[in-house]
Design a protein around this ligand. Structure first.
Ligand SMILES: [Ca+2]
Ligand SMILES: [Ca+2]
Ligand SMILES: [Ca+2]
Length: 244
């Protein structure tokens, strides 16, 4: 029998059968639970746990997921006889992090609530949000706020914590700016000069705190607006005619 057919067979034709199984067994008032954790990103077929070992209830089991939960029996492979649960594909926590179904022991009439929690790994790099077209009047004081970076990370916990830094690119004058590593606020660290470079480019790195860490870089061009900070070139040589 193919795996697809096996999964299809596990889908209950109706909830009536579950009710009937419970009525046939008088000791059905006890509640049992089997809770498992599995890390995302592992290969299809990875062992997650055993319902029998976790609950003490023996099979075979009649599996009764929520009928609207069409993903569950595609993402999980559950052996009705042994109670062994394996992944049906490489699970992705960012797509779905929790599964729950009822497993009814057809031999004991007991219901086991089966829960599978998918835990996070650091498999997503930070992403910068939006686009940036900052401008700044030259000769602004050191420490002037230029623009605010925003980044997000699809992971959770430390895997989603982000630190910003500016990469050293002297040729594009990245070193004219500072970034707050936590907030992503860009500020001037020198008095910028449009006559030296009217469009300095800043290369910013966003690195998460996962192990191993993942990072993303972005380059932002700052348009420097003119400030009248230069004497006219011919002023030195200008000398009005004296009409005597
Ligand atoms: Ca993932
Ligand atoms: Ca991450
Ligand atoms: Ca993740």
């Amino acid at each position: 029998m193919s795996r697809r057919n096996s999964r299809t067979d596990m889908v209950p034709p109706c909830t009536f059968l579950v009710c009937l199984l419970l009525l046939l067994h008088p000791a059905n008032s006890q509640s049992h639970e089997a809770t498992f954790q599995t890390e995302e990103g592992q290969a299809e077929g990875t062992y997650i746990g055993n319902i029998v070992e976790a609950s003490g209830i023996t099979g075979p089991f009649y599996l009764s997921p929520d009928p609207s939960d069409t993903q569950l029996l595609q993402h999980l492979s559950i052996d009705e006889h042994t109670g062994v649960i394996r992944s049906g594909l490489s699970l992705d926590r960012e797509t779905r992090d929790f599964y729950e179904l009822l497993a009814v022991s057809t031999s004991q009439g007991q219901v086991v609530t089966v829960k599978v929690q998918v835990t996070d790994i650091n498999d997503n790099a930070p992403e910068f949000v939006g686009s940036y077209t900052p401008s700044l009047t030259e000769a602004a004081p050191i420490g002037t706020s230029v623009f605010q970076l925003t980044a997000q990370d699809r992971d959770i916990g430390v895997n989603a914590e982000i630190t910003f830094s500016i990469l050293s690119t002297p040729g594009t004058h990245s070193d004219w700016f500072n970034v707050d590593p936590a907030s992503g606020l860009i500020m001037t660290r020198v008095i910028v000069d449009r006559e030296i470079d009217p469009s300095p480019r800043i290369t910013i790195d966003a690195t998460d705190h996962g192990t191993p860490a993942m990072s993303t870089t972005i380059q932002v061009t700052v348009t420097l607006l003119d400030f009248n900070d230069n004497e006219p070139l011919d002023q030195v040589f200008y000398s009005p005619l004296c009409v005597c």
